[in-house]
Structures are given as structure tokens and as C-alpha cells.
Design a protein around this ligand. Structure first.
Ligand SMILES: [Zn+2]
Length: 390
């Protein structure tokens, strides 16, 4: 059974039918200023149906979902020493294209198939693009990916390998975002731009619902790597749906972990408003000048008493190395940021707290960053005796 649902504006509360032409609330979008987060972000609002499971509250007919393994990613107890007894790793690098973004791409692809749309365009720092390319390939859809020219090579290789049309942008993610929107509007293709397409938030909520099932309860804290705020917004949407639909009675404390050089949401939570600032961090997946989902994420953080923390690039690289060498989990820098954020805050957290670190992408997507902390063998050997000679 499909639940009844509509889009609801997260700012003014107006309702809209769910259809491909509607992306933002037309009234609130008129108030949009340049260089600020998106106005009029829409949420999917459901009418509760008795007996329906939380994972069935989706706005697309399940018959249209491409049959690919996305979600249901492993959750395991962190084996590191000196951490909370109940510290868990939720490893979303184990998705089809090795990042969390597959959750949103899957829902957007299913929506495209339901409405007979043939092409999807997306701007990305790398992961959303390679993710959309992979899922589109499996769904028989065309994908056009706008990536900054300095995106990690492995993410470009992924997109090309999956058969996407790759548009390299002379500029950063923010420029790619604007150009890809212009392309979608001119060519009439579906935009998967994160925050702009409401299904990107809705797709990402599945991780929160999975956590609830996997743990048999809600965690107390979830550390979420945060750039434009849409993964954070999606996690909140999942926990909020669980509560609104009567499955739980609270929302966990989410901690937005931002790189010190790209911390717009952190600063907005402290000061109450956004200021545009050029981003600078090696964690490319969370490097944004304007967090497109910023207002939405900020509202959720304020409503549910969420927290935000910044971490330096040095601590991100240290966390990446420690996660690899103690848990066997090689995360990309943005993903390792959640562990770096936990390390920074762990003394403030109650001893018996149940804590989840969201790991959002694989380290194999950006080996240049990881190589900064490694030393390669100085010489090669041809006989085992060489090992014992000076
Ligand atoms: Zn509105």
C-alpha cells in the first residue's frame, strides 16, 4: 500500500502535489538572494497509515526502483580503544558507488522512471555525480554530471566508467551547481541537485530508519559529516518521520561535523545567520561556499537541539588514518570527519551514551588526500635476504 503524501514547504508550510515540475516552494523561492542557502525547500509530508512500516513511507511506487544494492549498509561496534562502549560505525562507503549519495540517487532514479523522464543532471563535488552515474546506468537512464575541474580523479573516472556525460567546470562546486541548474531548466531534464530536488533529502532519510531497525532503538548521538547540510537534513527527516508517524518518541542529538575551512552551518548555528565565505579544506565532499541546504539544516538543528563542531584538516587526516589502522575502515576525508568530530567532543558525552559515526564515502575515491599521511617503501627488494640488510 502506498502512503498518501504531498510536498510541504519547510518555510511557509504550503502544500503542493508531488510532480517533476515542482522543486522549491514558488512563493518562498521568490525571496532567494544570491549567495545564500536555498529558500523554500520542500519536505515530503505523509498521512499515517496503520500497519505500514517506516521504510514504506516513500513518495515513489516501489515497482519503479532499480534493482540495485543501495542502503542496508553495515553497522558495527567501533573497535578503537579509549572510546565509548557503545560507539558504532555506520559504513555507507559500502553502497553501489561507494558513497552515502546512492540513497538519494536511487529515489531520484525511481521517480524519473515513474514519470517517464530519460535524463538526470546533477552538480557535485564528486560523490553525488559518480553516484547518480552509477544508479542511472543500472536504471537505463542518461546522466549528465557537472564537476569542478579539480574534483578527485577517481570520482571523475567513476562517472565516466558508468557512462555519464561529464561536464568539467572551470570553477568550484557552487559554480557547477548554478550551471547544472541552468542546463536542467533549458533542456527540461530532471535535476538531482542536492537540496534543490526534495527527493535528495527524502532519499537520504533511509539511513536513519535503518539505524533504528539495526539497533532496535534510537541512538543518543549521530555524528554527521556536513557540507551543504543535506545529509544532516535527510537524517533529521528520517528521525522526524519515525517520530511523527508514531514509531518513536524522540529525535537523537545530531552533531554536524564541519571542516574548519568550510563551516557555514556551524557559524550560522552560533550566530543565527549565514555569511558567504570561500571554503578551504582537503575534505572535498564537504567543501562548499554556500550550503544549499543550510536554512533547512539550521532549522532542524535548532528545533531538535542539535550540535555542530569544526575539525581541522590535520585532525581529519589523523582520524582517517586511525579509522583505517584500527577498524579496517578506509574512509575518505569528509567521512573521517565524523570520527574527528567525535574525538574532539567525546569528553563532553555521557559515558553510557549510544553513539553512531556516519561514514559517508570510501577512501579509495581520493587517494591523493590519504597519501599525505603515508610513507611508501623506500626501495624494492628481489630477495628476502634484502629485508635483513642495511
Ligand atoms: Zn514556502
Amino acid at each position: 500500500m502506498l502512503p498518501q503524501c504531498q510536498y510541504k514547504c519547510s518555510e511557509c508550510g504550503e502544500y503542493y502535489d508531488i510532480r517533476p515540475e515542482i522543486m522549491l516552494c514558488p512563493h518562498c523561492a521568490k525571496k532567494q538572494h544570491k549567495n545564500e542557502p536555498l529558500r523554500g525547500i520542500l519536505e515530503v509530508d505523509y498521512t499515517p497509515v496503520s500497519g505500514l512500516k517506516p521504510e514504506n513511507y516513500i513518495p515513489v511506487d516501489p515497482g519503479f526502483f532499480p534493482d540495485v544494492p543501495v542502503g542496508n549498509t553495515p553497522l558495527w561496534k567501533a573497535p578503537m580503544r579509549g572510546v565509548h562502549k557503545q560507539l558504532y560505525l555506520k559504513d555507507d562507503s559500502r553502497n553501489l558507488s561507494a558513497s552515502f549519495k546512492d540513497r538519494a540517487s536511487l529515489l531520484v532514479a525511481a521517480f524519473a522512471l515513474q514519470y517517464g523522464i530519460k535524463e538526470i543532471a546533477v552538480a557535485s563535488t564528486g560523490n553525488a555525480g559518480s553516484s547518480m552515474a552509477a544508479i542511472a546506468a543500472a536504471a537505463g537512464l542518461k546522466s549528465t554530471i557537472f564537476l569542478p575541474e579539480n574534483a578527485p580523479r577517481a570520482k571523475m573516472v567513476q562517472a565516466l566508467q558508468y557512462g555519464a556525460r561529464l561536464i568539467s567546470i572551470n570553477g568550484n562546486y557552487d559554480r557547477a551547481f548554478d550551471l547544472s541548474l541552468e542546463y536542467s531548466q533549458k533542456s527540461g531534464v530532471l535535476s538531482r541537485n542536492t537540496a534543490y530536488n526534495p527527493l535528495t533529502i527524502e532519499g537520504k532519510k533511509s539511513a536513519a530508519i535503518e539505524l533504528f531497525h539495526q539497533m532496535g532503538k534510537l541512538p543518543d548521538y549521530v555524528f554527521v559529516p556536513c557540507g551543504d547540510g543535506v545529509i544532516l537534513g535527510g537524517m533529521y527527516k528520517g528521525f522526524q518521520d519515525l517520530m511523527r508517524l508514531g514509531f518513536t518518541d524522540r529525535v537523537p542529538t545530531l552533531v554536524a561535523v564541519q571542516a574548519e575551512g568550510s563551516a557555514a552551518i556551524y557559524h550560522a548555528l552560533k550566530k543565527g545567520k549565514f555569511h558567504k565565505k570561500s571554503s578551504r579544506t582537503l575534505a572535498d565532499s564537504i567543501a562548499v561556499d554556500v550550503p544549499r541546504g543550510g536554512y533547512y539544516a539550521l532549522r532542524q538543528l535548532q528545533r531538535y537541539a542539535g550540535k555542530a563542531v569544526t575539525v581541522t584538516d590535520t585532525s581529519i587526516l589523523a582520524a582517517q588514518k586511525k579509522l583505517s589502522s584500527t577498524a579496517g575502515l578506509f574512509a575518505e576525508p569528509a567521512a573521517a570527519a565524523s570520527y574527528a568530530g567525535y574525538e574532539k567532543m567525546k569528553k563532553e558525552l555521557p559515558e553510557n551514551a549510544c553513539i553512531v559515526l556516519l561514514i559517508t564515502g570510501s577512501g579509495l575515491k581520493d587517494i591523493d588526500a590519504a597519501m599525505k599521511k603515508l610513507s611508501f617503501p623506500e626501495r624494492s627488494i628481489s630477495r628476502i635476504e634484502d629485508l635483513y640488510e642495511d
